[in-house]
Write a protein that binds this ligand. Structure first.
Ligand code: NDP
Length: 331
């Protein structure tokens, strides 16, 4: 079987040389362990942080060890009564074709004809839950709100916009990095307006898309789009600070928004959050979003890359915007 190891740490943008695809052998599972054949693995923006040897909420990947991340797979051998052969499971040993791990480290997933396993890495998994918790709890969404979300054609952003629409937003605006993604937001996902952030100063593009201002900004990118969003905030606006991907490859401090003083006069709330703080929403999330996905109310695009040998390019491509919706590696 094969796995991908981190072999060096990047300065700035990661490159293929930071990784190595390695042949390895695995032991049979012992008592309390399971062997899993992975069907799909996730690449996520937070993994850029795990390539650095600096303390963060997710510990750094170790050099010359297989990288870690979410994967969905099928149990092929089991030393556990709880997790039988053939079970579909979610676990943390991605970046490899096969894994042997403790049975209590896997989450059993329902096997459903109408739900592809990769959904548990995207719309019905961590990114979907991030959108749900961030919009409804952290940003305290209310029907009638005008909502702006950045990286809107990605895994989290595409769910934020659609959930806001389904929950009664008066206007949903998204930004993304290409004309094709902007068209996708409007034509496929039901956004009311969208712009390509390369097309000019963010503040001007946002003002055109949201002439009356915004109530909620779901921030996935930071930088000048955050500054533009603060400038467009209505009274009592709320910002959920989910991610700042425009800064993940930065090698020098990036200039911050210069208009934070507007928080005061407009009584804006801006709240950072980690999806893991909101695990108590999991059941509510699964039943609502599962229903919307099943009846077609939510569109969950995936960019699927085939095979472990393309996983590194997929991860680098994710940081450059080569995905629409959730980036998945099928194994
Ligand atoms: P996406 O599927 O959105 O993929 C990343 C996207 O970021 C790319 O497709 C690209 O799209 C965009 N991007 C890359 N560079 C820039 C840039 N310089 N400026 C603006 N956009 C850029 O990833 P996810 O949905 O998984 O994650 C989205 C955000 O949410 C990330 O910031 C991530 O760290 C954060 N996150 C936070 C969590 C939490 O618990 N707080 C949990 C999960 C995710 P484009 O073509 O539009 O540029």
């Amino acid at each position: 079987t094969r796995e991908i190891r981190l072999v060096s740490r990047p300065e700035g943008e990661p490159s293929a040389e930071n990784f190595a695809l390695v042949e390895t052998t695995l032991p049979d599972p012992g008592p309390g362990e399971v062997a899993v054949h992975n069907l799909a693995m996730s690449v996520d923006p937070y993994m850029r942080g795990r390539m650095n040897d600096t303390p963060s909420y997710a510990p750094p990947w170790e050099l010359d060890q297989a990288a870690l991340g979410a994967a969905v797979g099928e149990v092929t051998a089991s030393g556990s009564d709880r997790v039988g052969v053939g079970s579909l499971v979610l676990h943390g040993l991605g970046w490899r074709e096969d894994a042997v791990l403790a049975a209590d480290q896997v989450v059993l997933l329902p096997r459903r004809e109408d739900v592809a396993p990769s959904r548990y890495l995207g719309a019905l998994g961590m990114p979907g839950r991030t959108a749900y918790a961030g919009l409804f709890r952290v940003a305290a969404f209310r029907p009638g709100d005008t909502v702006f979300v950045s990286a809107a054609a990605g895994a989290v952003g595409s769910m934020v916009g659609q959930l806001a629409r389904l929950a009664g937003a008066s206007r949903v605006i998204g930004s993304a990095g290409s004309k094709a993604k902007v068209d996708h937001l409007i034509n496929d996902l039901g956004f009311d307006a969208a712009f390509d952030y390369h097309d000019g100063p963010a503040a001007e593009l946002l003002a055109r898309a949201a002439p009356d201002g915004i109530d909620v900004y779901f921030d996935n990118v930071g930088g000048d789009q955050l500054q533009a969003a603060i400038g467009a905030m209505k009274l009592h606006g709320r910002i959920a600070v989910c991610g700042m991907i425009s800064q993940y490859n930065a090698t020098a401090p990036t200039p911050g928004p210069s208009n934070l003083a507007l928080f005061i006069g407009r009584r804006i709330t801006m709240t950072g959050f980690l999806v893991a703080d909101h695990d108590d929403l999991a059941d509510e999330f699964a039943s609502k979003v599962g229903g919307w996905l099943a009846d077609g109310s939510i569109v969950a695009e995936e960019t699927v890359v085939d095979g472990l040998d393309h996983a590194v390019q997929a991860f680098i491509g994710l940081l450059r915007g080569q995905n629409t919706g959730k980036m998945i590696i099928s194994l």
